[in-house]
Design a protein. Structure first.
Lengths: 332, 334
């Protein structure tokens, strides 16, 4: 059985006097123990909301979560507040996007690490401090004894993210969710953080859900990839398969819009036209249709069903034919 | 930090000098004066002239001012002409100061003890009935004049609760050590005296606390609302920490800067409130002396009391500024 089974997860935000907004719309995926699964998509596709829903971190008022999130045999969505608090930080860890704002500015790094050890492993402060030193050491923070006493503003961006990773992994969780952990960092630091995460999840046997808009991150890390668009999974495949042969026009477009080192100088990039704001509801259409180069009449009339094609899940009326080069050039 | 403190204390000397000069000029530009106040309307010009001379008021104002400074430097702030005629202004201040400090201290403690938790709860339940109710309550707290509430407490609540309707007077048989009635009882072991002092203090302190309470409540609520939206609170939640730890260590600690600033600023408001409260509850404090002093144009007493109030205000706000560094390490290391 999978470690995490997300089935038909939907999140609807409802504000007084406003139309309800379906941020996540029937998302399903599995994570096996020790596996790394990517959730990929551009801003607003529902990937962060999915992760917050799994962690039970969405606001109680205004957000309705339906579906099931089965972790180790129990549905997390049915747990009480207290039961969920016991799971968070111990069995489920999370790393956030912006390491500066995600750390408490007025509490020393050491205490921010030890508090999670004290909470879940019942360690006294002194013992937890020794453990925290080892943890900082393990995530590659030099001079950990000094850093324990320092505050977040005294650390560099990369070190802060390392500290957040140390916090998330302090209790050796079975599942780690990383929500764009490298977006706020320099490119050189990004690579360091990614290889650190890869190493740590392998050592600890932790399963990882990697949320990103960066296909480079996916290529280096993920076993399986879910491409999200408008709150739905539009394509799901193993990494090699997805990169070698993207079938959904959105996935295809994402890959085509990455600059390549082997491209001829002066060659134009192929962006996906329009923005998420052009989405139409999934109710009786494909949300991506207004931006899709392959769109047919049927795409704005019928919701494409999810189809299983030889181990690849695809939600498209007119998928890209394998071997198609990047779609028509759009002037930027 | 030390250099900063010293610089602020030097500034304080400047503030006091300028203030004393302004007060000197302002008070002498008020209609009437100590002579009319002491001798009444029908005094003969001769007696008026004699008293004017005796008080030194016939001299040019600069001469008066520098004479005052010279005497003040050796601890002589002149003799009261109106509040307690014949007593030295310094004695009057020393007699009355503890009562006012005690009253203000209890008022601000009540305001903080009620305002901060309520502000936190209201922010936590933003938009709920508790939030709306407390926001309206705090508006009423600011809007109701202190003297009105003081009279309500004095005449209605004191009966209902069986509490004394006047403040502690100086003429009690408990041993005086510091002049603070509540503290003296504890120091000498006369706990019944402390209890008695507290009973006399509770209603005036509540009356005086309403405005600072309302302001502290509103500022806490706003500050907590800001912090609750911060990423690091979400991180704390993702660690599965217990609610009390998140509240204390992650939310309240980050909300305290504006609250502490407010507490400092409110000490000024507290003093003006104390004038009214002491009047209503007949507390022999600085506020009462100020009120009488103005009626009778008691220049030496007014000057000393206002300067002392200023010093208290500046020192409290210096402590507030220093406490920033305790609360926020980013200020400390700058």
């Amino acid at each position: 059985m999978a470690l995490l089974e997300v089935r038909d997860l939907s999140v609807v935000f409802q504000r007084k006097g406003e139309e309800p907004f379906r941020a996540v719309d029937g998302v399903s995926f599995d994570v096996e123990p020790g596996q790394t699964v990517g959730l990929v998509g551009e801003s607003g596709c529902g990937k962060s909301v999915t992760s917050l829903a799994i962690m039970g971190l969405l606001p109680k008022r205004g957000a309705t979560v339906t579906g099931t999130v089965t972790y180790d045999g129990t549905d997390l969505l049915k747990l009480s507040d207290k039961q969920m608090r016991d799971k968070r930080g111990s069995e489920l860890g999370m790393v956030f996007q912006d390491p500066l704002s995600s750390l408490n500015p007025v509490v020393p790094i050491g205490l921010q690490v030890t508090e999670v050890l004290e909470r879940h492993r019942g360690m006294p402060r002194k013992e937890a401090m020794i453990e925290a030193k080892d943890l900082l050491d393990k995530v590659g923070i030099p001079d950990p004894n000094r850093r324990l006493k320092e505050y977040p503003h005294q650390l560099s961006g990369g070190m802060r993210q390392r500290a957040l990773i140390a916090i998330a992994l302090a209790c050796r969780p079975k599942l780690l969710i990383a929500d764009e952990p490298t977006t706020a960092l320099d490119v050189t630091i990004q690579a360091q953080i990614l290889s650190l995460m890869k190493e740590l999840v392998q050592d600890l046997g932790t399963a990882l859900v990697m949320i990103t808009h960066d296909l480079g991150v996916v290529a280096g890390l993920c076993d399986e990839v879910n491409v999200l668009y408008g709150g739905k999974v539009v394509e799901k495949a193993m990494r090699h398969k997805l990169f070698a042969e993207p079938r959904h026009p959105y996935t295809h477009g994402l890959l085509a819009s990455i600059p390549r080192l082997d491209a001829a100088p002066g060659e134009k990039l192929t962006p996906i036209r329009g923005s998420v704001a052009d989405n139409i509801p999934w109710t009786s259409a494909c949300a991506f249709a207004p931006r899709c180069p392959n769109a047919l009449d049927v795409c704005v009339q019928v919701t494409p069903p999810e189809e299983d094609q030889l181990g690849r899940l695809l939600r498209c009326h007119n998928p890209v034919v394998p071997g198609t080069p990047a779609a028509e050039e759009v002037p930027v | 930090m030390l250099r900063y403190t010293i610089r602020r204390l030097v500034q304080l000397v400047g503030v006091v000098l300028v203030l004393s000069l302004l007060l000197f000029a302002w008070m002498r530009s008020l209609p009437g004066g100590p002579v009319s106040a002491l001798l009444g309307e029908r005094a003969t010009p001769e007696s008026r002239e004699a008293l004017t001379k005796q008080l030194g008021l016939d001299q040019p104002i600069f001469v008066q001012y520098f004479k005052f400074l010279g005497r003040a430097a050796s601890g002589d702030f002149g003799v009261s002409t109106g509040v307690q005629p014949g007593d030295s202004a310094l004695d009057i201040f020393l007699q009355r100061f503890p009562a006012t400090i005690e009253l203000s201290f209890f008022a601000i403690v009540i305001a903080i003890a009620v305002g901060v938790p309520l502000g936190y709860l209201a922010a936590k339940r933003r938009g709920g009935w508790f939030d709306n109710f407390s926001v309206i309550g705090s508006l009423i707290g600011v809007a109701v004049p202190v003297f009105f509430l003081a009279y309500v407490l004095k005449d209605v609540a004191s009966d209902a609760l069986g509490l004394p309707s006047f403040g502690r007077q100086g003429d009690i048989d408990a041993t005086r050590v510091t002049g603070f009635f509540t503290l003296d009882g504890l120091l000498t072991g006369e706990f019944d005296a402390t209890l008695d002092a507290l009973e006399h203090l509770i209603l005036p302190a509540i009356a005086l606390a309403t405005i600072p309470f309302a302001v502290i409540f509103r500022i806490t609520r706003a500050a907590v609302l800001d912090v609750l939206d911060e990423d690091f609170v979400r991180t704390a939640e993702s660690k599965g920490l217990t609610a009390p730890v998140i509240r204390r260590r992650h939310v309240l600690r980050n909300s305290m800067l504006p609250v502490v600033t407010t507490i400092g600023l409110q000490t000024g408001a507290l003093l003006s409130g104390a004038v009214l409260t002491e009047k209503v509850f007949v507390i022999p404090g600085v506020g009462q002396a100020l009120a009488i002093g103005f009626e009778r144009r008691d220049y030496p007493v007014l000057l000393l009391l206002i300067i002392m109030a200023t010093i208290v205000y500046v020192v409290v706000n210096l402590l507030v500024d220093l406490s920033y560094a305790l609360i926020d390490p980013r200020i400390r290391t700058r």
